[in-house]
Design a protein around this ligand. Sequence first.
Ligand SMILES: Nc1ncnc2c1ncn2[C@@H]1O[C@H](COP(=O)(O)OP(=O)(O)OP(=O)(O)O)[C@@H](O)[C@H]1O
Length: 235
Amino acid sequence: MNAESAISARGIVRDFQAGQSTIRVLHGIDTDIKAGEMTYVVGESGSGKTTLISIMCGILWPTEGDVQVFGTDIYNLSDSELVKFRLNNIGFIFQQYNLIPSIDAAANAAVPLIAQGMAIGPAREKAKELLEKLNIGDQANKLPNQLSGGQQQRVAIARALVHQPRLVVCDEPTAALDASSGRRVMDLLRDVAVAPDRACIIVTHDNRIFDLADRILVLEDGRVTHDGTDMPDDH
Ligand SMILES: Nc1ncnc2c1ncn2[C@@H]1O[C@H](COP(=O)(O)OP(=O)(O)OP(=O)(O)O)[C@@H](O)[C@H]1O
């Protein structure tokens, strides 16, 4: 692994069972995600983007291959070590927000801090600061089902960033948001997630934010076909 890599993925293969047959979704991916950068993963629907980022952030086991995150070989950890590693180092924003329905927005956003042992009062305060930055501070005491889709997404974003993880991994973080909320989310992601010892990976189809990428990986049928600072001409 080179010195500035946040993630080093080697020989990543992932198969899924579909009835009697096996489908190979990732075909031996070798890539490094650099620290200090916002890396986008783009590609057509079904090209394997969600599968790849799920493997990179320790929530989906590769069929073959190794992933190092900040020098830790995550799939060689025990289950409990991996849970702890994720809690301390990784923030996720997935398309399903997975908010806890029975607790309010501030408590949902505070979950990682509470899981790390912080008392509820200060954890809620920290969570509220992020909700303010995301322009939903006034929704802090509402339950998820009292919030719009875009507001729920911002609570999920606050939850992913509240413990200042070294790696933030996002699947379509701006999909449910209007242009100005989307920009605010991207600014916040850059503030929290882009630093010399941190990294951020974003899967997106949102061409309103393509200009914000430091680096773009294009996936086609489970292979990386472009790795550069700009979008390839045919996208
Ligand atoms: N749990 C699973 N079981 C079987 N097949 C799966 C599973 N998860 C993903 N796949 C298949 O793997 C392929 C890649 O899926 P993936 O979700 O990674 O693509 P994607 O590029 O993120 O797509 P999208 O942009 O639509 O979210 C698809 O053909 C999908 O049907």
